[in-house]
Design a protein around this ligand. Sequence first.
Ligand SMILES: Cc1ncc(COP(=O)(O)O)c(C=O)c1O
Length: 445
Amino acid sequence: MRRLFGIFPMNEDKKKFPYVVWPPFTPLKPRPEALRVRSGNGVFLELADGRRLMDCISSWWVTLHGHCRPEIAQAIYHQAMSLEQVIYAGLTHEPAEELARRLLSLLPAGLTRLFYSDDGSTSVEVALKMAFQYWKNLGIKGRTRFLAFEGGYHGDTVGAMSVGQRSVFTRAFDELLFDVDFLPYPQTWADDFRVDEKEEKSLAALDRLLAGNPERYAALIIEPLVQGAGGMRMCRPRFLRSLSDHLKKFDIPVIYDEVMVGFGRTGDFFACQKAQTTPDILCLSKGITGGFMPLGVTVCTERIFNAFYDDDPYKTFYHGHSYTANPLGCAAGLASLDLLQKEKRRFMGMQAWHERGMALLKDHPRLACHRVCGTIAAVNFREGSDPGYLSDLGPMLRHRFLERGFLLRPLGNVLYILPPYCITEDQIISIYKCIQEVIKEIPEA
Ligand SMILES: Cc1ncc(COP(=O)(O)O)c(C=O)c1O
């Protein structure tokens, strides 16, 4: 196993941590190990030792069309030769404006204004601040609390952490996080006969909170259709419609965090379209540049925007980032959108391939809760009920997959597949076959 996991250059003499790079989400002891990647091509990554890995998780859900798509690489190169970066205050540029126009034209008509930031967490942070200040700008007091969902993950900045599920990720910061009211997420799967009940329970919990003091809420945030890091937990589109109807009655804005599910992941361009609902605010990142550049956007309705459109400087949205609307990111975003539209059959058709693969795992006694939504598929290992990051089942499975040439990162006991859209049907089926093989090797608990 050690042979597989040679890491960044290391000095074996050093007793302590021998690397200068501090890796994300990684306990420093025992010594973390990582594979050195030399290049990427389509669905494959090539390692420094010559081995090839199939990237079945789109490298943390960002690589949309496959690694190193020349169309996007060239767009970045051409943009870099004319304008690489410029302060986005008092100055603007074509790629930022064009990308905003193109994105808005693909989103529901009610979403009309777009704010740039850097990544998923900042797109969420912007959404929360926008919703919070919206009420202040209207002169309405007391709308300071957020509604969110159990099992949610919205990023690692303080606001984004606050509206996410409290977990090992957030424990060190508990006193720093603001209080939020959490609702049960009505997760469902194939042949789930209790889904109506779960949806009713969630809406009843919402009703109870709203019966108390609905005028305390600034907004509700949800990962529509699929909660990602919480374990690829899926809900039905109709739940989102019921949720919107409930909140409309009390004039509570809805924020859709489509950071993971945007750009085709759910089989439609955006989850809000699949659910036929229009949120008041929508967050996008991850796939926005096809996985080439960090970029985030927060989109809102005219109603939200109008609350900031004022002569009073105190009503300004004082938020921004050094790399706001970075031209290289915007150029990558435009090239990625071209591919997404040209090749939409790929993400629209992937659900059928997943379903064929899932059929191989369907009757497996050690697996449960099979679920597919567009390009995302997941199933739970019955043993080890903990989908958390500290479960040792995840790393054990991960190592077995890597040995076979598949990059899969189970979330605790949840096995999921979220591949780039260039993957072929045979390649998808090979992932399911690999899962079948690996399960045989895992000793029963
Ligand atoms: C739904 C969702 N929101 C926000 C984030 C945070 O994005 P980033 O890691 O780019 O800050 C993530 C990351 O996984 C996510 O899945």
